[in-house]
Design a protein around this ligand. Structure first.
Ligand SMILES: [Zn+2]
Length: 142
C-alpha cells in the first residue's frame, strides 16, 4: 500500500527528468552530474548551471541521507494527503554529494521526533504502475 492514498497524483516528469524517474522504477536513486566539470545537481536540468555543459552522467546515491531541514505539514494542499496529516517533508543531503538536496518524506517516526542532522535510510514506496518514489525513515527503525 503506498504511503499516500492512490488518489495522489503520479510524478509527471518532463523530458530531462525522465532518467531520474526511470532509475526510481528500478529502485535506484541516482543524481545528475556534469560529465565535464563533475558538479552534482538535483533536480535534473538539461544544462550544467556551473559550466553550461550539456554532457550528463548519472551517479548512484548512498542509501543513507541526513536531514538538512524539514517541515511538518498540517494543511492538506491536495485532497489525497488529508489522511496522512501531519506528515514530514524533509530536505535531505547525501555524504559525498555536495550540490544535491532531495525533497522527500521522512516516515515511520512521530513528527515531533524528527531532528535536523538525523540519519535516514531510503525505502521505496510502490505507488503503482511500476513507479516507485524514494522516501526515508530513521536509520534506527526497520
Ligand atoms: Zn559542469
Amino acid at each position: 500500500m503506498p504511503y499516500f492514498p492512490e488518489t495522489m497524483p503520479q510524478p509527471t516528469p518532463v523530458m530531462y527528468e525522465a532518467d531520474f524517474w526511470n532509475a526510481c522504477k528500478e529502485k535506484h536513486l541516482r543524481f545528475q552530474s556534469c560529465a565535464d566539470c563533475g558538479q552534482l545537481r538535483h533536480p535534473p536540468t538539461p544544462i550544467c548551471p556551473h559550466c553550461h555543459s550539456t554532457n550528463i552522467k548519472w551517479v548512484d546515491a548512498p542509501e543513507e541521507a541526513e536531514v538538512f531541514s524539514f517541515t511538518v505539514v498540517h494543511h492538506a494542499s491536495h485532497p489525497a494527503v488529508k489522511s496522512k496529516l501531519p506528515y514530514v517533508v524533509g530536505i535531505l543531503t547525501f555524504e559525498g554529494m555536495d550540490g544535491v538536496r532531495l525533497v522527500s518524506n521522512v516516515t515511520d517516526i512521530p513528527t515531533d521526533q524528527v531532528k535536523i542532522g538525523m540519519k535516514v535510510k531510503i525505502w521505496w514506496d510502490d505507488i503503482g504502475d511500476g513507479n516507485f518514489v524514494p522516501r526515508f525513515r530513521p536509520v534506527e527503525s526497520k
